[in-house]
Design a protein around this ligand. Structure first.
Ligand code: AHM
Ligand code: MG
Length: 345
């Protein structure tokens, strides 16, 4: 008998007794996201051949230069979800406002996404990713009749809710699809010949502690001195009480959050992007970067914080708001919070 390969569809079917929603509308949305990201995997790998490297000529809502692949990725994702009647609205890093899909009265979900995270890597064949999260749509009603969702309803769904599912796709040396619906985190690797995501990382658990940290340390001089002390505690060649016999931490930083996060999820450690004098609230966006990844990491036993507040409890005011992010192994993130509060150090 050949080794059993578990495709995403088979995995959803196998889960049906415990999670009926995976063979229903939620499963259909996740399957369509997976389909879109298979297309993206192909497009990212042949971008230079297809003339899709470089800038698109515009900036997005948060002032970043949009790459051609940013725009294209956004279109591919929206196309995959349009016409299903399941996703009512899409909130994307690449769109100024929430995009309401056509013919979706009563559609149960709102999608948040960074379609192509780390897109400054696209022109040098570096790793990039897609981040996504799904929220229950707050269905507006008038005298018992369900109405079409408006921008404010979609924002209310995100502001008042928790993700019902979230995940990311890493386009690296392999393409990996990771998802959770709040009960276990599972990873699938794209078999390019088959064109299927196959289960390779069932029940991912983030180690309690790791050996690696990820941060843009070129900005360290501009960080809160308490955070600088935390990094010293991790990296000082001399042993200290915070590392209890463990060697100094190593640095890995790719410039793509998804790539750094995926390694941190599997191997432990911490990823951090704090605020500094240039980015008063950090660089990363709460709604479609921090919150979905926090949902994944927490469901794998890790921790995600803005430094003082759990990421998933951080109030959302605007679609593109930024937040500092400290995410990864429970032990390092908790220690970082202690340094930041002055409890440690
Ligand atoms: P993007 O979504 O526009 O690509 O920006 C987010 C990216 C993250 O993937 C990455 O961790 C960070 O920006 C890198 O920023 P910096 O170059 O300042 O270190
Ligand atoms: Mg991003």
């Amino acid at each position: 008998m050949p080794h059993r390969s578990v495709s995403l569809n088979r995995h959803f079917f196998e889960q049906r007794m415990v999670h009926r929603e995976l063979v229903g509308q939620l499963g259909a949305v996740i399957t369509q996201i997976a389909f879109a990201t298979k297309r993206l995997s192909l497009e990212v790998s042949r971008a230079a051949l297809a003339g899709r490297t470089g800038a698109a000529g515009a900036s997005n809502a948060t002032g970043d230069v949009q790459k051609k692949l940013d725009v294209y990725s956004n279109e591919i994702l929206i196309d995959a979800l349009s016409g299903l009647g399941i996703v009512a609205a899409v909130a994307s890093e690449e769109l100024d406002h929430v995009h309401i899909l056509d013919n979706t009265v009563g559609a149960p979900y709102v999608l948040v996404t960074d379609p192509l995270d780390g897109s400054s890597n696209t022109d040098n064949s570096g790793s990039v990713g897609t981040i996504w999260g799904i929220y229950d749509a707050a269905a507006p009603e008038s005298r018992g009749v369900i109405k079409k969702i408006e921008t404010e309803d979609a924002m209310a769904s995100i502001k008042n809710g928790m993700p019902v599912a979230a995940g990311y796709v890493l386009y690296g040396s392999g393409t990996i699809f990771v998802y959770t619906i709040g009960d276990g985190v599972h990873g699938f690797t794209l078999d390019r010949e088959l064109g299927e995501f196959l289960l390779t990382h069932p029940n991912i658990r983030c180690p309690e502690k790791g050996k690696i940290y990820a941060a843009n340390v070129s900005r360290q001089h501009d960080w809160d001195p308490r955070l600088q002390k935390f990094l010293q505690a991790l990296t000082d060649p001399k042993p200290n009480k915070y590392r209890s016999g463990q060697k100094a931490y190593s640095l890995r930083y790719s410039g793509a959050l998804v790539a750094d996060l995926h390694r941190t999820l599997l191997e432990g450690g911490i990823f951090l992007y704090p605020s500094d004098s240039e980015s008063k609230n950090g660089k990363l966006r709460q709604v479609y970067e921090c919150a979905p990844l926090a949902f994944v990491v927490e469901n794998a036993g890790g921790r995600a914080s803005s430094g003082s507040v759990r990421v998933l409890d951080t109030p959302v005011h605007t679609l593109h708001q930024r937040s500092p992010l400290f995410i990864g192994s429970a032990s390092e993130v908790a220690l970082c919070e202690q340094f930041l509060s002055g409890e440690a150090g």
